[in-house]
Design a protein around this ligand. Sequence first.
Ligand code: TXA
Ligand code: MG
Length: 347
Amino acid sequence: MQQTSVISASDENYKEAVSAATELLRAGEVVALPTETVYGLAGNVFDPNAVAKIFAAKERPSFDPLIVHVSSRTELERVAVIPDEIQATVEKLLNAFWPGPLTLILPKHPDVPDLVTSGLNTVAVRQSASKIFRAIGKELGQPLAAPSANRFGRISPTSATAVHKELDGRIPLIIDGGACAEGLESTIIHIAVGEKRPTITILRPGPVTKEMLQNFGKIERPKRPRDGSDVTQPAVAPGMLPSHYAPRTPLILLENAADFRPDRSKKYGLLSYTGEPGKGYTQLYPWAVVEALSPGNGKLPEAALRLFHLLRKLDDAGLDFIVAEPVSEVGLGVAVMDRLRRAASPA
Ligand code: TXA
Ligand code: MG
């Protein structure tokens, strides 16, 4: 066990937060940092010992590769090699979405340690839009490997408090930058040359939606089944391992109200979309607790932002089951439903 400090990145404390984090990273340590999506557990990508510490703190299996965060185009070229045939598409995507929640799978630069990519010849790269994350990356002058700052298989943290619950005693420092602006992990894409237009495969749906990517190529979903049954294979499509984003309390994603057969001796809580009486499932059952993703108005960005926070809250509410209401699968709703499906216990 080690002492885990928390330093606020508020305006008056900003410089101190940047230098404390950078100093530890320079010494080969790992630090939890806020990004605009979820909190990440960062380490210098070129320091294999730091990368090993990330895997150890998260208890992450070594076959699940990490996302690399760069703070400039120059840094991108230190970790990835962009093939000529997709250069123009990559350029357009970066201009449109970086810095921001879009991760590209690209051929890996030989300098990136194999541990980072789990031996794959590709690397996942993004540039975070978080001001404090970028300031720390710049000050360090190295790209940062940073997966979500949760223990393996658990819900991604969207606040410093959530990181603390996951990794207290396992890491030296958490930078508290408040609640994350997006609340869901970045969209992960792979780009290939298509017949007429490039093909963009969405490996993990996220804040950059299919609708937003449509102008840049033909959009595809991964061909592999999404049941994550073969965990021995390196993730072709990411986050496809079973029990990802899972609360400890069993979660039922109730796509159809008629399928609900409650056991009256058990305690059920509802994760509702709007929480409004008479809407969705609020009156389907005398729920022990009701939490609303988007109180009142049913807006998807708000639902995305609150999803992981509310899953954690319901997980701590002493329930036997969490019942989740589906949201419509358009725009950000695709990513919200993706995370709910993975949080759901096998039927
Ligand atoms: O928003 C985010 O992406 C957050 C923040 C911290 O940046 N990071 C994040 O990292 O969600 P992580 O490690 O929790 O999820 C990364 C996913 C994993 O499911 C991994 O399998 C996949 O990316 N991945 C990494 N490298 C890959 C590669 N070369 N090919 C395919 N999938 C890859
Ligand atoms: Mg993760």
